[in-house]
Write a protein that binds this ligand. Sequence first.
Ligand SMILES: C[S@@+](CC[C@H](N)C(=O)[O-])C[C@H]1O[C@@H](n2cnc3c(N)ncnc32)[C@H](O)[C@@H]1O
Length: 230
Amino acid sequence: MSHDQHQKVDFDLYAEKYEALLQSQLSFFEGDRSYFTRAKVDILQELMQERQPKAILDFGCGIGLSLPFLKAAFPGADVYGSDLSEKSLQYVRDNIPGVTALPDGDLEKKRFDLIFVSCVYHHIHPSLRSEVTKRLVSLLNPGGSLGIFEHNPYNPVTQRMVSTCEFDEDAILLRPAETSRLLQDDGGLKLASKGFYLFFPGFLKALRGMEKMLRPLPLGGQYFVVASKS
Ligand SMILES: C[S@@+](CC[C@H](N)C(=O)[O-])C[C@H]1O[C@@H](n2cnc3c(N)ncnc32)[C@H](O)[C@@H]1O
């Protein structure tokens, strides 16, 4: 299927029910939905210790579930969220204080030290991913970092969740190698860190302290690749 035939999900239709749908999808793994968001922001916080970002963009922020966590983890930073869905951005403006919702078309007016992209690339057709990556790299300040957090296509539980989720109808999952290639080869960035996370469901909570050690194992529900501009 060519990308112009590729029917993209309209997230305007999900702004009101996104959180509830996510909750029902993920509750088998962990009842506290914020666990999934915190896991990502904790990784970013760990990786950004040496260089505290002053301007952070959550690209494809949706209704902004990560924005309060980014604000709390990086209290000295200006935090922005952008999305193609204007209804989602309006939800951010109405519900999340202390952050700025930016229409996609305004992004070129700003530069960022950290761009966080969570579960967005699998909604972007593969033929467009290189172009999107180059655009995001152009929005980074020198020394800035771009972090892509994605579903792990090797994990059968993740595959099943994606195939039964109504707002994932247009999803085409990316292998970690593709994500690394986009950032390094297409974006010209230098790899900072990569790994898998979300290994243990709630009933194995006690083992979560081992997650960092397990990052090389392709078994976690999701993975991240973070790379930086010289
Ligand atoms: C599954 S939601 C993820 C939202 C949020 N990042 C999160 O982790 O909860 C995917 C979001 O990506 C946005 N999106 C899809 N393609 C995009 C693109 N090319 N540029 C910007 N946002 C995009 C959608 O509008 C939607 O809000």
